[in-house]
Each structure stands twice: as C-alpha cells, then as structure tokens.
Design a protein around this ligand. Sequence first.
Ligand code: URP
Ligand code: ZN
Ligand code: ZN
Length: 487
Amino acid sequence: MSLLIKGGTVVNADQSFVADVYCVDGKIAQIGPHLNVSNLPSYTQDTQVIDATGQLVMPGGIDPHTHMQLPFMGTVASEDFYSGTAAGLAGGTTCIIDFVIPAPQQSLLEAYHQWREWADKSVSDYAFHVAVTWWDDSVAADMETLVKEHGVNSFKHFMAYKGAIMADDEILVNSFSKAWELGALPTVHAENGELVYQLQQKILAMGITGPEGHPQSRPPEVEGEAANRAIRIAQALKTPVYLVHVSTEEALESVTRARNEGQRVFGEVLAGHLLIDESVYKDPDFNVAAAHVMSPPFRPKQAQEALWRGLQSGNLQTTATDHCCFCADQKAAGKDDFSKIPNGTGGIENRMEVLWDAGVSTGRLTPNEFVRVTSTNAAHIFNMYPNKGTIAVGSDADIVVWDPAATKTISAKTHFQNVDYNIFEGKQVTGIPSHTISQGKLVYQHGKLMVERGAGRYIKRPPFAPYFDAINKMRERTPPFSVDRDG
Ligand code: URP
Ligand code: ZN
Ligand code: ZN
C-alpha cells in the first residue's frame, strides 16, 4: 500500500525543506524533491496522491496525556478509545499516550490488560503510562513485568485525589526508586492532595458550593508545593522526572530552577492552560462553569504568559490535552458540591490548531518549534523516536498535511469529540490540518474521517537503559539520560 504527498514543505523539528514524501506499507520510504516513483513496484493504480502545494508536511502530533473512557469520580469519561483517537486524527494527532490507572490494591498488570482491551478499538497508534496508586512488593514486581514484557517505560503518580488514587511520599519514593532501577521515567500530577482536601472542606463550609469553589480549593501554592516536592524527591534519588500539566508560575519556577541546576526534569503544558483563564468558573451557567472543571484548574491570565515563555525557552518541552471528557449530565453530579464535579475537559481534536494559531501565527513559536512541542519532544522523552516524531525515511508514516492559511471556527456542534461541550467554543483559528495520514493511510481529509475501528496499534516503548540483573551493576552502567548517579 503506497501514498505520495507531493509538493509540500516538510517541517521537522530541526529543519524545513521542499520535498515529496512517499510512503509504503506504513513507513516513509522516500523523501526528496520531485520524486519519480511511478516506475516502482509499490506504485500501483491504488496509490493515493495528495497535492500538498502551499502546505506543510509535518510529523503527526503526539498527545502524551489523554484519558479515554477513564472510570473516574463515580462515572466513566464519555470519549472512548475509538471516538477519541478518531477526533485526534481529525486534529492531526496520530498517536496518544493514555494512562492505565489501577484502583488502590488492584494489580497493575490486571489493570494494564483491562486498558489494553478497552484500547483495542483505537483508530490511531497508542501507548500507555501506568499509574502507581499504592505500594507493596507485588507493585514493584508488576512494574518490572510492565517494563520488561509490555513496553511501558513511564509510571504516573497522582499527588492529588486523596482517598482515591493519591500517591503519598512513601509511594513516590518507592516507585521513583523502582522506576530508576528499571530505566523508566516517573511522571507526576503535582498537586498537594491533603491541602486540596482540606481547602475543599473549608470552602464548602463557607457555603461556596458552585464551580467557583474549584479553583479556590486549588490555589497555585497547592501545585507549587507538590511540583517542588516531586522534583526534590527525584533529585535525592537521582532519577529524572516528568511533570504533567504544569499550570502555574510556581511549578514552572521549580522546573526551571531544577533544569538550571542540571537536574533532568521535563515539563508538559496543556493547550487549555495556555489559552483559557480562570474567569470561566464565574460563568452564571452551571453547565458552562462545570464543563471547565479540571485539575489543575484554569489559572489567572498572567500564568498563561509565563507558560508560553516556558514553552519558548524550552523549560517546558511537550504540549498535551489531558483529554478527559464528561458531558453535562455527568458534570451535574456536582450541582450542589463542586468537589463532586467529575474533573476533566477535552481538546485532543483542537490541540494542534489552537497551538498553531496562538503560537505560530503570533510569532511565539517557529513552525519547527511547533513540531518539536507537539510531536518530536514527546517522541524523544517517551522513547518512540525516530519511529514517531519526525518525517524521515524508515519512520512511521504518521503525517499531518497542514494548511497554514485555512481557517475554521471551533464548535461542539461540528467537532468529532464525543462530548457536548468544547472549551475552545467559538474560537476562530488560522492554520488547520487538511489531511492526516496514519500508518501510511489517508484517514482524514478536509473535514471527513475515513478511519477503521481497531486499526491503531499498541506501541511498545523500551526502557531508557537496558534492564539488567540489577542493583549490583547500578553504579557501573550508563545511567538513563546520562545523569551522574554518583555526583
Ligand atoms: O481534571 C483532570 N485532569 N482529570 C483527569 C485526571 C488528571 O488529573 O489528569
Ligand atoms: Zn492530572
Ligand atoms: Zn490527566
């Protein structure tokens, strides 16, 4: 099966150049100006030809933070792996990294197999981080099996959600240490869960029950404290760490300070946090305010500028959505108590276009930097490069053809996402995907999806250093990310 993209400008993280891109059997086979492939055996009358003149040919987006059909806060996210990955393709995202989240005391492996089954209907490629929500020797053993046999190289820790999936310091220290031993990357949702819990009780006791209580119970210090704690724990254990959804100046400062001191710390920012501010929680319509309830919450406007600077300076490396959708009837569970509103918002379909519009069109990011923060850096950090994250011969043919001049108005009425609200509702964007190619197949073209249920593949991600017969050799071996373990 072959496909030819003609006449576009290839934009990679490191360079841009005019070239045709020829894809065969799911891989990029040739790149060059005016390719003559018509005499190749792979070029048949079924070969699709896409005219990309005047357009950009970029690596498909990687969203490293999604939650399809997540069971959470007494309900299940409305977007499943089929509809969610399809919506991603419509927005140029060709790969997601979702989260397996075991219930406390549930075996990590059992949860992993459950999520694999749910994800079987995906239409784009996907991988999994696995959350560590409790601790004993069996959890350590499951982490090892997940790394060695199932291609999981990152583990998630929720420092929030007390009484549910929260990881306390004991879990963090044990799990970070085990991750290091396995050559896997610990990631954290940085919010102090005890503070959140106590502030929620206090605010409810003051009679504030509506969605405006949500950001009040999660002020920036809540995130700043947890971010710094996770980073310092990682420093003490000499392990790298990745912070998901950095949303405050306080957390960004901790990331920046640690990076300036040579610590291997990575930071992710959500498209929503870059574009939306906390005023949404004051909307008099409960449905609108509740639709924006997510954690960490949307922040004061000045935080957005700081996050953009974080992205521009390279202190934040990846952009994600935390796509976790709940419809109005689900959000209604918190009508009389904001702490019961299921936390989560969508965005996978719009991440790339809102980032292009607010990032590239404004001059904050170059097109190459755009590729870096929407795809390449995630591929590097989570060890999928160069199969993903670049247009190169031999790489997966996951490609978005981008029309930088085309415009659209984002709306829940027209989006593919399976949720009744769009946090970017009414936003007009310039720069949108015209075509998306997944595994060398055209799956989206000018507003039309052509996806196949189950076509997505589970992507195994190897650890960052050879797993080994272990601790004895720890000091001799090359550590992951070249961190000086003895220093
Ligand atoms: O509000 C959010 N972000 N919901 C999904 C779970 C998480 O914290 O990432
Ligand atoms: Zn989170
Ligand atoms: Zn999340």
